[in-house]
Design a protein around this ligand. Structure first.
Ligand SMILES: *Cc1c(COP(=O)(O)O)cnc(C)c1O
Length: 415
């Protein structure tokens, strides 16, 4: 469940937030490094933890991963460059590039630095083979089914563009260019359940046996869910590991060699470490509906508009006023963008929802919980709004890890 601000064991507590609000102009993101450490530790059973950096790609967050022996996944040339700046080395599989297509610049980079590639299409396999015979590769298998918290995050099955449908067709290409197949990978979507997971593990085992290649790794992909709502329970990591470990052991026995088990989470490692702090700038009644308008928009936090995602909301008064959590009013929380979809309380079909929230005043602060994943990394400049600040909290000490973009910097791209 979301960490409430009254939780004294969390660094993201009322006292710290109040000092942050005094110091920084809203809206801004805050991350708690302790929470990231805690989540990394939960996955220690896996041989390799690889962070899917697209969830939160700030260089300083990547450095926390690196310090804790977490490896990194990159899905673009930009993400490869971020990983390098953060200190990841191209050797020892520290960086893997995962994609379904590869452009010329990225191809040159992975060839120059010998970065292993997790390949999601046969065309891409040929392109790498022609340029770089002997290159280390993984293949990303589409097991023929998928799962996601939203249709848009389902990454398996015939409605998904990801992965290779018939991995046996990859083998002749791999042989032709003497590519070195080191691992098999499956990432079928975000937010798994156990029945479904069993299917995935079974498919991995079957594929590895059918292909019969001397691989060294299998990857469980990402997709581990986190509890966004107050009554939701966290996932049973042990059970998750056991299912995958079983698959690994079967493959290992069949091939007669050691197989390392890798996991590749994004959300699981960072979502709960982050919050978005924004300020209420207007409150208005539209017919019978209570609208609270804040200074953060979907260009900052995209998930509610894109997927109808739920983020727990807390209110912090601008003054020492007592907030009666019991006395609530059905509220719509919306942003400043010139677009009606700029609403943080909506369903995945785009219908407006209300949230029971305490009675607020203009100037109070609205905190969105669990925004550490797919928060800042999904932000855009829509409505010519600059990217906002990111603050890292280490115990009770905080520092800016990304300053606010200026409007001038934004316009300079065009002038
Ligand atoms: C996005 C992605 C992940 C991480 O997904 P989460 O749901 O954030 O864990 C892992 N692997 C690949 C290839 C991805 O594209």
């Amino acid at each position: 469940m979301p960490q409430l601000l009254t939780d004294k064991n969390s660094n993201i507590n009322l006292k710290n937030i109040k000092s942050l609000i005094k110091k920084y102009e809203s809206p801004f993101w805050v991350y708690d490094s302790d929470m990231i450490h805690k989540k990394i530790n939960l996955l220690k059973q896996f041989d390799i933890i690889r962070f899917a950096q697209k969830a939160c790609s700030n260089i300083h967050i990547l450095r926390i991963m690196k310090k804790n022996k977490v490896k990194i996944d990159a899905v673009s040339l930009g993400e490869i460059e971020r990983a390098l700046v953060a200190g990841f080395k191209p050797k020892n599989n520290e960086i893997i590039f995962t994609a379904d297509i590869i452009d010329q610049d990225t191809l040159s980079k992975i060839v120059d630095l010998k970065i292993p590639v997790n390949v999601g299409s046969l065309d891409m396999l040929t392109q790498i083979g022609k340029r770089s015979p002997g290159h280390h590769i993984w293949i990303r298998i589409n097991p023929g089914f998928g799962y996601g918290h939203s249709k848009k995050t389902n990454t398996g099955g015939e409605n998904s563009k990801h992965g290779i449908w018939s991995p046996d067709l990859a083998i002749p290409i791999i042989q032709k260019y003497q590519l070195k197949l080191i691992g098999l990978h499956m990432h079928i979507g975000s937010g798994v359940n156990y029945t479904h997971l069993k299917k995935v593990c079974k498919s991995m085992t079957e594929n590895a046996i059918k292909l019969k290649q001397k691989i060294s790794f299998i990857s469980a992909g990402g997709g581990l869910p986190i509890p966004y709502k107050v009554n939701e329970k966290p996932m049973d990591v042990k059970k998750y590991f056991e299912l995958w470990n079983d698959s690994r052991n079967k493959i290992s026995n069949f091939l007669g060699q050691n197989i390392q088990l890798e996991i590749e989470p994004g959300r699981f490692l960072v979502a709960e470490s982050g919050i978005l702090i924004s300020q209420i700038r207007a409150i208005k009644q539209m017919g019978n509906k209570n609208f609270v308008l804040i200074d953060a928009g979907f260009n900052d936090l995209m998930r509610p508009t894109m997927y109808g995602s739920y983020h727990h909301i807390s209110i912090i008064p601008k003054n020492d006023r007592y907030i009666n959590e019991k006395k609530t009013i059905e509220t719509v929380i919306a942003g400043p963008l010139c677009e009606s979809g700029d609403v943080f309380t909506q369903t995945n079909k785009g219908d407006l929802e209300t949230r029971k929230l305490p009675i607020t005043q203009v100037g109070d602060y609205v905190v969105f919980h669990d925004t550490g994943a797919y928060g800042a990394s999904m932000s855009s400049n829509y409505n010519t709004r600059p990217l906002i600040q990111e603050i890292l909290l280490e115990k009770n000490h905080f520092r800016t890890i990304r300053r606010r973009q200026t409007i001038k910097e934004l316009l300079n791209l065009e002038i």
